[in-house]
Design a protein around this ligand. Structure first.
Ligand SMILES: C[S@@+](CC[C@H](N)C(=O)[O-])C[C@H]1O[C@@H](n2cnc3c(N)ncnc32)[C@H](O)[C@@H]1O
Length: 261
């Protein structure tokens, strides 16, 4: 099962992810009556924007973190068009196949994209669509370099013995191939840049601790977590004095084969 997240902190800090999710959603054609899965719904901020586009539709909001599911469940309490479920997307099961799988800022947390795309295809009606955005090739390379440097420091090194990186920033070409192999057609994949600047090194450190370094912090004793995130933020900013994350988003749209058209 996917790891736990700090849902309260994510709700407060995830305005970049919400903004990209809103922009991406703006390019998805919807009639308004579709049944949709939000794959990796988090606290449900982007799910809420999706729901506004579905006055006669439904959303099955799925997440692998119990804290996220609890937050999203609270957000949509009493909303009959939304069901929130705790599920690992790599084991995704649905009662009825849906018209669209939508997802933002989630797939790069999942190592096995072949299996993921197979499960998503299985959750779609023939001809049903996938529209997803996540971190892609080259994403936050400044943070990746800085994190490796800080992990190798004497103070933190022993906590990361045998560490296997927890992100999967896939390229556009390999993603297209994996989607086609999973039974999707009309596949389009592309990368775009979203450089994101923070107001201060401290602000960047708080963002990193919640959104980027959660898996790393789990490896560290409680007392070392804040210093680790702070050191990574300092290291990123030391390049040119700029607390900036060089985000790169991987976008993908496709249809499950077997549709009428
Ligand atoms: C950065 S948050 C994105 C949340 C929301 N979609 C947004 O754009 O703000 C990533 C989410 O993916 C979920 N996640 C990661 N791996 C998962 C998996 N294997 N199965 C289900 N959810 C997963 C995490 O629990 C987390 O809530």
């Amino acid at each position: 099962m996917a790891r736990e997240w700090n849902a309260v902190a994510y709700e407060g800090l995830s305005s970049p992810q919400t903004r990209w999710g809103a922009e991406f959603l703006g390019h998805v054609d919807l009639r308004g009556d579709e049944d949709v899965i939000d794959a990796g719904c988090g606290t449900g901020k982007v799910t809420g924007l999706l729901l506004e586009r579905l006055p006669r539709g439904t959303v099955l909001a799925v997440d692998g973190s119990r804290a996220m599911v609890e937050a999203a469940g609270g957000r949509f309490a009493g909303e009959s068009r939304v069901r929130v479920e705790h599920q690992d997307l790599l084991e995704l099961e649905v009662e009825e196949p849906v018209d669209l799988v939508f997802s933002t800022a989630t797939f790069h947390w999942i190592k096995d994209h072949r299996r993921l795309f197979g499960r998503l295809a299985g959750a779609l009606k023939p001809g049903g669509r996938l529209a997803a955005q996540c971190g892609g090739e080259g994403n936050i390379s400044r943070a990746t370099r800085a994190t490796r440097e800080v992990m190798s420091r004497e103070r933190f090194r022993s906590s990361f013995e045998g560490w296997d990186d927890d992100k999967n920033y896939a390229g556009a070409g390999e993603t297209r191939e994996r989607l086609e192999a999973a039974g999707f057609e009309g596949v389009e994949t592309w990368l775009h840049e979203e450089p994101t600047r923070f107001g201060s090194v401290g602000e960047l450190a708080r963002f990193l601790a919640t959104v980027v370094l959660g898996g790393h912090l789990e490896k560290l004793p409680e007392v070392e977590r804040e210093p680790f995130a702070g050191a990574v933020a300092e290291e990123i900013s030391s390049v040119d004095g700029d607390p900036l994350l060089d985000y790169v988003r991987l976008n993908m749209t496709a249809a499950r084969s077997g549709g009428a058209g």
